[in-house]
Design a protein around this ligand. Structure first.
Ligand code: NAD
Length: 453
């Protein structure tokens, strides 16, 4: 029996629409159809597959405003972010549309014959998406998967199905054949879990919490199913005294409070070199107070609401540690929280260790390069991070020493669709985006052809 989920606008708490959730039988049927479609899709001529992906990209780009409006309403994303997110899907499709004609194998010298390798598609790929960035995270999975000749079943998060459903419709409009890319709204425990157990789903691309990611990895072991995991983070923003402190402070709010802190790359631990602490904190306070928390549909909005009352309540539990200062937030309906800066008293403090996934940042000092590296690495996560210094040698040494997949020097930007993205330690397994992502959507097949008599 299927059930219905009411989508709530997190900025107003009003019901937006009701979405029918798939049950296990509907999931199985969609997987069977995707499996059947694989046989045709994998044999579409590379140039034609490329053309269809480019057409999909242009249709997405043409619907950028519509997709952004859906995301603002469904997820409370700011207008600036939502427009970027829709365009990111188009960009990722365009980037991987160049792949079908370039899925090269190798020719390896061998005696008495020829040895060649092929990059074969896997089959049906199950993409499971979280609620924090519904559009980009979906695209990072489905675009390279489709380009490599796989078919895709995609499950959006319960809270945020609207843009994924629309992307599924736009794919058909763009000429992607039916059943090649299917969006299945539903519960993680039903649709997502079935992706893991269904033998015709040959790989899982999961983005979400570390806890669920671990259970998915364990489930995949049963069939030795391929899996890519993009999980949580507790990234450090390391600010050395020799850096441009004004610039580091002006940019620090965006690095953690963007998307109301519901960002796996959020720099939610700020480490400041002791001698620069006072200077940094006064500039940081000015920047936090300027950070505009308001109706996300306004072009001026820097931050919208949290996704849900539940997420807001989970974040509020961390607010019992000493507060340095806060920003502002609207009152009235909506799941609003002001940006909050904490000063934990020890590296054992909860706020210093847990992924809070809300607009809360903890600040601590360090004493020299070694201490900065040790404190940055004192976490089970390793997704992103920033290093601010004018000493280029130190920037490189510290970048090499921090155990994290995506670091920025004198910048907080982590994501470009043409560079790899993924985590160390419990932040994940495998890499998405960039030139190598296709490798995780193909198997290498080696064929020896004898030239002997
Ligand atoms: P979540 O783990 O609760 O859910 C993620 C997705 O998994 C949802 O679609 C959910 O329905 C599904 N799911 C839940 N239980 C399942 C099960 N048993 N089997 C299969 N699927 C299941 O995470 P969330 O709360 O939606 O997202 C927030 C988390 O995602 C944060 O921890 C954040 O750090 C992480 N995240 C990581 C990245 C990254 O790239 N590393 C990006 C965004 C979010």
């Amino acid at each position: 029996m299927s059930s219905v989920y009411e989508v709530i606008n997190p900025a107003t708490e009003k019901v937006v629409t009701a979405i029918e959730l798939a049950d296990e039988a509907a999931t199985d049927a969609a997987i069977e159809r995707a499996h059947k479609a694989f046989d045709t899709w994998r044999h579409v001529a590379p140039g034609d597959r490329a053309k269809m992906l480019r057409s999909f990209a242009s249709v997405v780009s043409a619907h950028r405003e519509e997709l952004a409006a859906l995301e603002i309403e469904n997820s409370g994303h700011t207008r600036g972010n939502a427009l970027w997110e829709a365009e990111n899907v188009a960009n990722v499709l365009n980037y991987y549309s160049a792949a079908p004609e370039r899925l090269f194998g190798k020719q390896i010298p061998v005696p008495n014959g020829i040895d060649i390798t092929f990059k074969e598609p896997l089959g049906v790929i199950g993409v499971i998406v979280p609620w924090n960035f519904p559009m980009p995270i979906a695209g990072w999975g489905f675009a390279p998967a489709l380009a490599a000749g796989n078919t895709v079943v995609l499950k959006p998060a319960e809270y945020t199905p609207m843009t994924a459903i629309r992307l599924g419709e736009l794919a058909l409009e763009a000429g992607i054949p039916k059943d090649v890319f299917t969006v299945i709204p539903g519960k993680g425990s039903i649709v997502g879990a079935r992706f893991v157990t269904h033998p015709k789903v040959r790989k899982i691309v999961f983005t979400g919490s570390t806890q669920v990611g671990k259970s998915i990895m364990a489930g995949c072991a049963d069939q030795v199913k391929r899996v890519t995991l993009e999980l949580g983070g507790k990234s450090a923003n390391v600010i050395f005294a020799d850096s441009d402190i004004e610039k580091a402070a002006a940019n620090a709010p965006g690095a953690v409070f963007d998307n109301a802190g519901q960002d796996c790359c959020a720099r939610s631990r700020i480490l400041v070199e002791k001698s620069a602490f006072d200077k940094f904190m006064s500039a940081f306070e000015v920047a936090v107070k300027k950070f505009r928390v308001e109706d996300p549909s306004l072009a001026t909005s820097d931050m919208g609401p949290m996704i849900s009352a539940k997420q807001k309540a989970a974040v509020e539990k961390y607010l019992d540690e000493p507060v340095a200062f806060t920003g502002s937030a609207p009152s009235g309906p909506g799941f609003w929280l002001p940006p909050t800066v904490l000063l934990p008293t020890s590296t054992k403090s909860k706020s210093w260790n847990d992924e809070i996934f809300g607009p809360v940042v903890s600040v601590m000092t360090f004493d020299g390069e070694d201490d900065a590296i040790a404190k940055a690495n004192e976490t089970e996560f390793g997704l992103s991070g920033s290093i601010w210094t004018r000493d280029s040698g130190k920037a490189i040494r510290v970048s090499r020493a921090i155990e994290s997949g995506n670091l920025s020097v004198n910048s907080n930007s982590s994501v470009r669709y043409w560079t790899p993205f993924g985590g160390y330690k419990q932040s994940g397994l495998g890499r998405e985006l960039g030139p190598d992502a296709l490798d995780s959507f193909t198997e290498v097949k080696n064929v020896f052809i004898s030239t002997g008599k």
